[in-house]
Ligand binder design. Structure first.
Ligand code: BTN
Length: 251
């Protein structure tokens, strides 16, 4: 373990600063049990989906990675399950209801508050679930970073306590979002969570554009794919960027 790292309990590791919690978790995968986590509030080389970066806001964001080593019946749906785990943690801590933009952006008042990046560890089996939560960045941070569709909980009027919330959220997501919830999810996959996900999914009923087409998003199928309907029928979208009319300024 790095100098300065403090162990909260056996399964949640805090690092004062790290390049990327996902990268750290993958490099140190052997020291995690079946379900564990690492987090920081200062991530200097964060990574986002589709090869993008994830900008650091030292002390103002939560950068967290859960490690899952148990066998999952439906690992391809982990991004969707993870988004519900984060929604639940934010609801418990702040009483807020986030929406989900498929597959796993969390929105508050139509702006992005959370990004999630799921990856396979080098052992080819363990999974890492990287979660970035915008806690208290000011508007200038998003302006300077060129993120017009991003926001923080603080900017949306949420009462954030930077002294206690990162640890609380990291512990809650590990214990309740992943460890305990996995007993259902690891065997049954998305099925028990699908209706809840659909209820929170902002894509459904809206016009969406994906790599290769456009149409009305009408369902989330059993595999967690976005079902898009157009005049030639249904397309089950499983990867890539999907823009949603009315969200992030899309038309
Ligand atoms: C996205 O592009 O929306 C996903 C962003 C995921 C960022 C988180 S922050 C914690 C973890 N460590 C990383 O390097 N990335 C993820």
């Amino acid at each position: 373990m790095e100098a300065g790292a403090a162990v909260l309990n056996e399964s949640v590791i805090y690092l004062p600063q790290v390049g990327s919690t996902n990268a750290w978790a993958k490099e140190n995968i052997a020291q995690f049990g079946p379900v564990g986590a690492v987090y920081t509030t200062d991530q200097t080389a964060g990574r986002g989906r589709l090869g993008r970066g994830w900008v650091d806001a030292p002390g103002k964001g939560l950068y967290y990675t859960a490690v899952i080593k148990t066998d999952l019946a439906q690992p391809s749906t982990l991004p969707l399950f993870a988004s519900l785990a984060v929604c639940d943690a934010l609801k418990q801590r702040y009483g807020i209801d986030c929406q989900i933009k498929w597959p796993n952006d969390l929105l508050l008042n139509g702006k992005k508050i959370v990004g999630i990046l799921c990856e396979v560890a080098p052992d080819g089996h363990s999974l890492v679930v990287g979660i970035g939560i915008n806690l208290a960045q000011p508007q200038e941070y998003f302006d300077m970073a060129g993120l017009p569709h991003g926001t923080s909980l603080l900017l949306q009027g949420v009462n954030v306590d930077l002294d206690t919330d990162p640890e609380w959220l990291a512990q809650y997501m590990t214990d309740f979002g992943f460890d305990r919830a996995l007993y259902t999810y690891e065997e049954q996959g998305l099925a028990p969570y699908r209706e809840q996900y659909k209820a929170q999914c902002v894509n459904l009923g809206r016009r969406v554009t994906y790599d290769g087409g456009a149409g009305i998003a009408k369902d989330i199928d059993e595999e967690g794919r976005l079902v898009v309907h157009d005049e030639s029928g249904d397309t089950h979208v499983f990867t890539g960027e999907v823009s949603v009319k009315g969200i992030y300024g899309a038309v």
